[in-house]
Design a binder for this molecule. Structure first.
Ligand SMILES: [Zn+2]
Ligand SMILES: [Zn+2]
Length: 331
């Protein structure tokens, strides 16, 4: 099989040929059809996360068909599955036992600790995979598995907020905007300053307002969701939210947050991060997605163009989500 691996921090991915792996007792072997490209893949490539066990195959938004199973899996050969970020948890620590397996200290993640979906085949622990409808298109389902799913957890942490600001209008924000509008909320989109293309895209989806992140919010917001990895957006978003409002950071890595006056936090404003996902988040979100109202905008790349997809994501010239499609597989 063909796989694209990160050989070390700061290095471009390289293609390698590998033997097809054998599934362990809880594992399934998946023939990958499509795998979404996430900003976290860039952080893995750039070495911005701790303890990356290079060489590693990135990718944690994979859709594919099960071609072999271990002895103890519920999922059968021929089923269609989605692989998300969460790859394994200990099941025994206080976080795992209290419904917060996303915080498990022993957790392992696809495309970070476990080889991911930038490959023709991948192994995954069946207990952490989501069975998908066979009819779903792989390319538009893949971005739901991280951008959609962790974005969904980010939105949930904003509580009942009605007027929501989204900072960084890429893969996650454009999917989450569709969820928020479906729930009757208002969305305000903040893009890189001067990115008129992203602002036009946000308006097309139905936001109430779109502008640069250097502009003040046109109305006081109930919550701010930050998807861009830019720490300076945190104090800016804090000034945009009302008393009691929350600023929720949806990324795994961010540049340092500059200092700001305590008065900006005063009034019971809240800053929090979102870490990973639970399997329950996945079941809840995939059930919502099955209602059929989500319409992710994707740019597809052949698997062989993984480096170009990452470069396009970095440069900000992508609209919506980037997805790698494996040759010969349906997209
Ligand atoms: Zn645990
Ligand atoms: Zn991701």
């Amino acid at each position: 099989m063909k796989a694209w691996v990160c050989p070390g921090p700061g290095q471009d991915l390289v293609q390698v040929e590998r033997e097809l792996p054998e599934p362990g007792e809880h594992e399934i072997l998946i023939r990958v059809e499509a795998c979404g490209v996430c900003r976290t893949d860039l952080h893995v490539r750039d070495g911005e996360l701790p303890d990356i066990p290079y060489p590693i195959v990135p990718g944690h938004q994979a859709v594919g068909a099960v071609v072999a199973t271990g002895a103890r899996t519920r999922i059968r050969t021929g089923e269609r599955v989605g692989v998300a970020w969460l790859g394994w948890t200990c099941g025994e620590c206080s976080h795992c036992r209290n419904g917060r397996e996303n915080l498990c200290d022993g957790a392992r993640f696809h495309g970070y600790h476990i080889d991911g979906g930038y490959a023709e085949y991948m192994l995954a622990d069946a207990r952490f995979c989501f069975v998908l409808d066979r009819e779903l298109a792989a390319s538009t389902t893949a971005p739901l598995l991280c951008a959609g799913l962790i974005g969904f957890r980010t939105l949930r942490l904003a509580g009942e907020a009605h007027r929501i600001g989204m900072y960084g209008f890429g893969s996650a924000a454009h999917i989450l905007t569709q969820v928020a509008l479906h729930e009757g909320r208002e969305v305000y989109a903040f893009t890189s300053p001067g990115d008129r293309e992203a602002q036009r895209f946000a308006r097309e989806i139905g936001v109430s307002w779109a502008g640069g992140s250097d502009e003040p919010a046109p109305r006081e917001l109930d919550a701010a969701l930050i998807f861009a990895p830019v720490g300076a957006l945190v104090p800016k978003a804090l000034r945009d939210v009302r008393k009691g409002g929350a600023v929720v950071c949806g990324g795994i890595h961010m540049s340092d947050i500059p200092s700001f006056p305590y008065a900006d936090l005063w009034g019971e404003r809240l800053i929090r991060s979102v870490a990973n996902l639970t399997r329950q988040d996945g079941r809840d979100f995939m059930a919502l997605a099955a209602e059929g109202f989500l319409n992710p905008q994707v740019t597809t790349y052949p698997l062989d163009h993984a480096n170009r997809a990452l470069a396009d994501l970095r440069s900000g010239k992508l609209t919506g989500s980037a997805v790698l499609v494996v040759d010969g597989q349906q997209a």
